[in-house]
Design a protein. Structure first.
Length: 613
């Protein structure tokens, strides 16, 4: 008799504690040896995930609980990685929806819940961080019910089980109470709820094989690895199969090399796997996301996985600055194109196409974070390139008066202190945002919900942090396409542009200190057309940032040598991409991030502005 199986995904808004909860499930199920040293948030294995404390890639693990094999998929909470969430949900039979006991449902909670309910999955609601000051479990459960109802949940889905938990401290309970009283001592109540509430996958082991690939991995030893759940049939190593791209797509023959299953965080080879098991297969080089691995004699293809369309586009260009090629290993258009093609193999929410211009590629994704994470990965791998300002993807829609231009709209939730409410509301109003809901929490904070054109959010997060002195929380989610909302004012300040090539000099920075804030420090290399700072006024200004002090043969008393300059603004990739205007580029290398004008020569910029007028 085969071992009983449960397949679950952990879904939640970003930072509500998914990965920490999975840590506890792994520890308490006996996955790790008692003396084994295990890192915190062990599922966040990617360097960027660890640095930022977010999950980017959906990951699998498995635990044993009372004789049942429980496959767990840890999913991203950020909407930009929705492609990962959608694929993960196609592998499971139930979801554990984590909601912060203080914050309640947030935009990404809505996003992931909508996907789960649409697939007919019944969520187990886990009210997490109940031991936090300001915890309000009753509010959270009522808000979750209202959210499910708004999203069209069935009667069965509305009758969801509730578990109260503290993922950080490793305990859960079916009753509301205080730690040490009604709470359990460990995660047993959550494990028991999963076993009783998540249905076992129903499929016939003797039926024709049907396995849909939901994610990809790569190994230098065995090549591409496909991950997915077996719907029906039995899978064995050295088995001949047919790879089908949906019922009407291409098909190709292949032979399975190894079949592996998850045990804890490890991948273990198996001689056979049946319905409901989440497996890894290798040996088929052209395997892709969404394809069905099926029986050649009796093919049973599933429809290809559908993923929401991208809403944001950036141009990825070959770096043409005078400093090009000094710091990067991969700098040519062919190398950049090949890297983007490799990314497409696993990043299903991404789209790449060649533009009409040589060495420029149009890359479309789900949001700024989605695209900047790709850029960060590329620069760490040694790539050097330049990118343009992000722009939204418009659609032409048939309307009453002919073709209408529609743009993506985002649902934005901001949590701010009462004192910052006015400034934030004014800033959002200027960006064509419409207020749809406002809630006071009675403790000095207010939650505002807006619908805003996606264009209006480009460059807003830095302004928002300044307006709220770093105390505000903002999150957003794609909410559909609507008619164009009109022009939105861009950046208010101009920039300081270097007029010459050379190295930044302290003396020159001292002379420019009252002109604005700088991006560069003494000793940094600069070139003509490079942006060295933000102008304090609304126009661009060409400046000499490499000017040396004229030495004379007599001395002047005083402290003129002790030049005081304001520390520069530290350029991060996100800040740079948000800051630039349409006629500017971000130069990205493994060691540096620089800003520049698209046209480096002043006369070329003047000619371009005349032509655009």
């Amino acid at each position: 008799m085969t071992q009983p199986i449960r397949n679950i995904a952990i879904i939640a808004h970003v930072d509500h504690g998914k990965t920490t909860l999975v840590d506890q499930l792994l520890r308490q199920s006996g996955t790790f040896r008692e003396n084994q040293q295990v890192a915190e948030r062990v599922m966040d294995s990617n360097d960027i995930e660890r640095e930022r404390g977010i999950t980017i890639l959906a990951k699998n693990c498995a635990v044993q609980w009372k004789g049942t094999h429980v496959n767990i998929v840890d999913t991203p909470g950020h909407a930009d990685f929705g492609g990962e969430v959608e694929r993960a949900l196609s592998m499971v039979d139930g979801v554990v929806l984590l909601i912060d006991a203080q914050e309640g449902p947030m935009p990404q909670t809505r996003f992931v819940t909508k996907k789960a309910l649409a697939l007919g999955l019944k969520p187990i609601v886990v009210v997490n961080k109940v031991d936090k000051p300001g915890s309000r479990p009753d509010y959270v459960i009522n808000a979750a019910f209202e959210l499910f109802d708004k999203l069209g949940a069935s009667e069965d889905q509305l009758d969801f089980p509730v578990v109260y938990a503290s993922g950080l401290n490793g305990w859960a309970s079916l009753k509301e109470g205080k730690a040490g009283e009604a709470w359990g001592a460990d995660m047993s109540p959550l494990f028991e709820t999963i076993l009783t509430q998540v249905p076992a996958h129903e499929g016939e082991p003797d039926a024709p094989l049907q396995l849909q690939i939901s994610s990809l991995d790569y190994s230098t030893y065995v090549g591409r690895i496909g991950v997915g759940r077996i719907n029906s049939g039995t899978l064995r190593p050295a088995m001949d199969v047919l790879i089908m791209e949906g019922p009407d797509g291409r098909s190709a023959k292949g032979r399975i090399n190894q079949v592996l299953t998850f045990e804890g965080l490890e991948r273990v080879p198996t001689e056979s796997a049946g319905p409901g098991e989440i497996v890894l297969i290798n040996g088929i080089e052209d395997i892709g996301i969404g394809v069905t691995v099926t029986d050649p004699l009796n093919p049973q293809p599933l429809p290809m996985l559908k993923v929401d369309e991208p809403t944001l586009t950036m141009n990825f260009c070959v770096n043409t600055s005078p400093l090009a090629g000094r710091e990067g290993k991969f700098v040519t258009s062919r190398q950049i194109w090949d890297r983007l093609q490799k990314e497409l193999q696993s990043n299903v929410a991404l789209k790449v196409k060649e533009s009409g211009e040589d060495g420029i590629f149009e890359v479309s994704g789900r949001g700024e974070l989605h695209l900047t994470i790709l850029l960060e990965n590329m620069r760490r791998e040694g790539y050097e390139l330049a990118v343009s300002k992000p722009r939204v993807v418009f659609r032409e829609v048939d309307g009453s008066g002919g073709k209408e231009r529609h743009e993506p709209i985002e649902l934005v939730t901001v949590d701010v202190e009462d004192q910052h409410q006015g400034a934030v509301m004014q800033a959002l109003g200027e960006r064509k945002a419409e207020l749809v809901n406002m809630e006071m929490d009675g403790r000095g904070r207010v939650r505002l919900e807006y619908r805003i054109p996606a264009r209006g959010l480009i460059g807003f997060s830095n302004e928002f942090m300044n307006l709220t002195r770093g105390t505000g929380l903002i999150s957003n989610i794609f909410d559909g396409y609507e008619a164009y909302k009109g022009e939105i004012e861009g950046r208010k300040n101009g920039v300081l542009i270097s007029m010459d090539d050379g190295e930044i000099v302290t003396y020159a920075l001292g002379k420019l200190d009252d002109r604005g804030r700088m991006f560069v420090k003494p000793g940094d290399p600069v070139y003509e057309g490079m942006i060295v700072g933000i102008h304090s006024r609304d126009n661009d200004l060409v400046v000499n940032a490499v000017r040396q002090k004229q030495l004379t043969n007599f001395r002047v008393s005083g402290k003129e040598d002790a030049i005081k300059i304001t520390p520069p603004i530290e350029l991060t990739l996100e800040y740079a991409v948000e800051f630039i205007a349409d006629d500017e580029l971000v130069e990205i290398t493994p060691k540096s991030i620089r800003l520049r004008k698209r046209h480096l020569k002043e006369h070329e910029r003047k000619r371009a502005s005349r032509e655009a007028a």
